[in-house]
Ligand binder design. Structure first.
Ligand SMILES: Nc1ncnc2c1ncn2[C@@H]1O[C@H](COP(=O)(O)OP(=O)(O)OP(=O)(O)O)[C@@H](O)[C@H]1O
Ligand SMILES: [Mg+2]
Length: 379
């Protein structure tokens, strides 16, 4: 059956940061539901909740009350990731590094720490739990937590809400990505854009879809996520939509998006470097209206940023938190031993220093900034 057909496993671990400093665009919903969909199809996935709001932990049914071993201790206390990762009840092979409210202080505490931007990367490199995907859910800010996520990842996935001002602020995010590429993580690629909360009743939504495809070409997944109330309800039951209501339009669309993500990643070379180019897999039909069929790699996120320090901690968070705590009894932490990590054997930085292939020219996305009031922007 189509829905049960396993997804292809990547040749090497994919580490994908889900970021957009705009609040409430669907970062967490995307992270959680893509992760659940992948895990339900035979892929081992770790979700790293990097938002003090802990929404991803909530949606995965994972305890994140203050005091729970969490990503905070990994980032600030050098605790090995394996010690705080728990299994989610959502699917076999789905794991979560929970975030507690303690993480709110990390933006400040990290500032004075050594290697403050590379702490998450080192933690992931040192992880023993073998997962195929790491999905990192970022807070709505461009502070040090998001910088840690960008430094840890090879890929950036930006969810864009099909709404007014959808692209506002994106230029700033992409400039930060450039800085990270230039100074801290050459391998980072903007690989994927996912359009979220599409409402077919509005002309504006179609306009946003068109604009985004024009700017980002093949990086935009063919699947667009509709506005669907099941997606919003699921977290209050401590569930992803995929278990809460598998037949809902929201679930089916995330399932399709996850399959696309997996299939796009699977046929890349072992270095995974081709993602920046964004060429769709062979045979991937695109709509005639899609300007993405151009040959150039589109608005790249390239190197060549001015020499400057990485963005510093400045993150305010916005509150879109759905319901509170599901009690998450029965989840067992991995690596229960108290191996404390001072001088933890961080793995070699084996994936660093790859050729900076596939960087597109750093033009094009400036235009995405300040995307204003398109004509006909009525609901
Ligand atoms: N496709 C959708 N249809 C309906 N509601 C949605 C959809 N996607 C997300 N939501 C709801 O919109 C709100 C914001 O979504 P979400 O929390 O995923 O965004 P976010 O970018 O992670 O927010 P934040 O910036 O606060 O972390 C949530 O209440 C969520 O349940
Ligand atoms: Mg969120």
């Amino acid at each position: 059956m189509e829905r049960r057909r396993p997804f292809p496993r990547p040749n090497r671990r994919r580490i994908i940061t889900v970021a957009n400093q705009k609040g409430g665009v669907g970062k967490t919903t995307t992270t959680v539901n893509l992760a659940a969909a992948l895990a339900m199809h035979g892929i081992r996935v770790l979700v790293v909740d990097l938002d003090p709001q802990g929404n991803a932990s909530t949606a995965l049914g994972v305890d994140h009350r203050s005091g729970t071993p969490s990503i905070y201790e990994v980032l600030v206390g050098d605790r090995p990731l394996d010690e705080i990762v728990v299994q989610s009840g959502e699917a076999e092979g789905l794991f979560c590094a929970p975030a507690t409210i303690d993480l709110a202080g990390a933006e400040i505490e990290l500032v004075s720490l050594v290697a403050r931007e590379t702490r998450l990367r080192r933690a992931i490199e040192g992880m023993r739990n073998e997962v195929d995907y790491v999905l990192i859910d970022c807070p709505p800010s461009l502070g040090l937590l998001t910088v840690n996520a960008l430094v840890a990842a090879r890929e950036l996935l930006i969810p864009i809400q099909c709404e007014y001002y959808a692209l506002e602020g994106l230029g700033q995010l992409l400039r930060n990505v450039e800085l990270v590429q230039a100074h801290l993580n050459q391998e980072l690629r903007l690989s994927t854009i996912l359009l979220t909360m599409y409402d077919s009743r509005t002309r504006l939504a179609d306009q946003v879809v068109h604009e985004v495809k024009e700017h980002f070409g093949d990086r935009v997944l063919n699947t667009t996520i509709p506005r669907n109330v099941r997606l919003a309800e699921a977290p209050s039951y401590g569930q992803s939509a995929l278990t809460y209501d598998p037949a809902s339009r929201g679930s089916l669309s995330y399932l399709a998006a996850a399959r696309e993500l997996a299939e796009r990643g699977a046929d890349r070379g072992p270095r995974g470097g081709g993602l920046a180019g964004g060429a769709p897999p062979v045979g991937d039909a695109r709509s005639a209206a899609d300007p993405a069929s151009r040959a150039d790699p589109g608005p790249g996120v390239g190197a060549g940023a001015p020499a400057a320090a990485a963005p510093n901690a400045a993150g305010a968070t916005s509150g879109h938190s759905p319901a509170g705590h599901p009690g998450a009894a029965g989840f067992v932490a991995h690596g229960p031993t108290e191996r404390h990590a001072a001088g933890a054997p961080y793995g070699p930085a084996d994936h660093r220093g790859g050729p900076a292939d596939g960087y597109g020219p750093a033009d094009g996305y400036e235009a995405a900034d300040g995307y204003g009031a398109p004509n006909g922007a009525r609901r």
